[in-house]
Design a protein around this ligand. Structure first.
Ligand SMILES: Nc1ncnc2c1ncn2[C@@H]1O[C@H](COP(=O)(O)OP(=O)(O)OP(=O)(O)O)[C@@H](O)[C@H]1O
Ligand SMILES: [Mg+2]
Length: 282
């Protein structure tokens, strides 16, 4: 290869900024396991060779740090205020995973200033450029902020449980995404199932309603059983996949991670993720 073409390739490589796949975990209903799934799935994705950032986008009750057993002195609020740079608030979770801790009590993001908005845009764009996958943990409910992160994702994992309210809320969120012309991939992860068959039945129930009434394909991310190891590990403030790698939950999440990491990256790489989120916020 000539010196000229090597240089051309180097320029091409430098100009083609690789964008991460944005994977948002959402549910509508609270307490269904989103934060645990975001934390543990991220670790499984790193085990599958991906560089992963986890962003705590639950601005109502940020608690990823607790599930991960991390004491975060600095969080996204310090970055937004300009007190810290983005890399200064990142905390290593394990090899291949960094967490960007959130802050609580700011549900009304619509009231944030232009300055704050620009800081958030800069943060997400930087994350998308520096990792393979950015996992976003969202708040309960189907408010504007949750919907914004779903709409900006390449892949949204909707977490449901056998609770009828959780099933309805997943469907309502998927409907809201569809009405707003969501372009990414959607999958259902059934958590706290009694057995695999119950989980599959719930999947078929929601997926057939989505196909019939919304004309949307809802993929199957997997089934996770109700598992006491999850409860114990939350109490210990240790991610279950690290504390109990042989638990049913760890096995299920490794399966989900394997499926996800084969999905082609960035369905919408042409637009910056955060730009898309911001379009949705305001
Ligand atoms: N597979 C499981 N088996 C048993 N318990 C579980 C399982 N998954 C989650 N839990 C329990 O549910 C609790 C809530 O989980 P988590 O905080 O991850 O939910 P969440 O959806 O993020 O809640 P919120 O909507 O409040 O953010 C956990 O503390 C844990 O005790
Ligand atoms: Mg949560």
């Amino acid at each position: 290869m000539s010196q000229g073409s090597v240089q051309e390739l180097a320029v091409l490589a430098a100009n083609s900024v690789k964008k991460a796949m944005i994977l948002t975990i959402a549910s509508g209903k609270g307490g269904v396991g989103k934060t645990n799934i975001a934390a543990n799935l991220s670790i499984c994705l790193a085990a599958a060779g991906k560089r992963v950032a986890i962003l705590d986008a639950d601005f109502g009750l940020a608690n990823l740090d607790i599930v991960l057993g991390i004491n975060s002195k600095y969080n996204l609020s310090h970055f937004i205020k300009g007190v810290k740079k983005l890399d200064e608030i990142s905390q290593p979770v394990c090899e291949g995973v960094d967490v960007y801790c959130g802050f609580s009590g700011v549900e009304h993001l619509a009231h944030i200033t232009d300055f704050t908005r620009e800081r958030i845009v800069a943060a997400l764009d930087t994350l998308a450029e520096n990792y393979d996958i950015v996992v976003v943990d969202t708040a309960a409910g189907i408010g504007k902020t949750v919907l914004a992160f779903c709409m900006a994702s390449d892949h949204t994992i909707l977490v449901g449980t056998p609770d009828p309210a959780a099933i309805t809320d997943v469907y309502t969120l998927l409907k809201a995404m569809t009405i707003n012309k969501y372009k990414g991939r959607s999958s259902l992860l059934v958590n706290m199932a009694q057995d695999i068959n119950q989980g599959k039945k719930i999947y078929r129930q929601i997926a057939s309603a989505a196909a019939q009434f919304l004309d949307v394909t809802l993929n199957m991310a997997g089934v996770m059983l109700r598992d006491d190891y999850v409860v114990t590990s939350v109490r210990k403030r240790e991610p279950v996949v690290l504390a109990y790698p042989k638990s049913p939950t760890a096995k299920s999440l490794m399966g989900v991670a394997a499926r996800i990491s084969r999905v082609p990256l960035s369905a919408s790489a042409d637009e910056g993720f955060f730009k898309k989120v911001v379009n949705w916020f305001f």
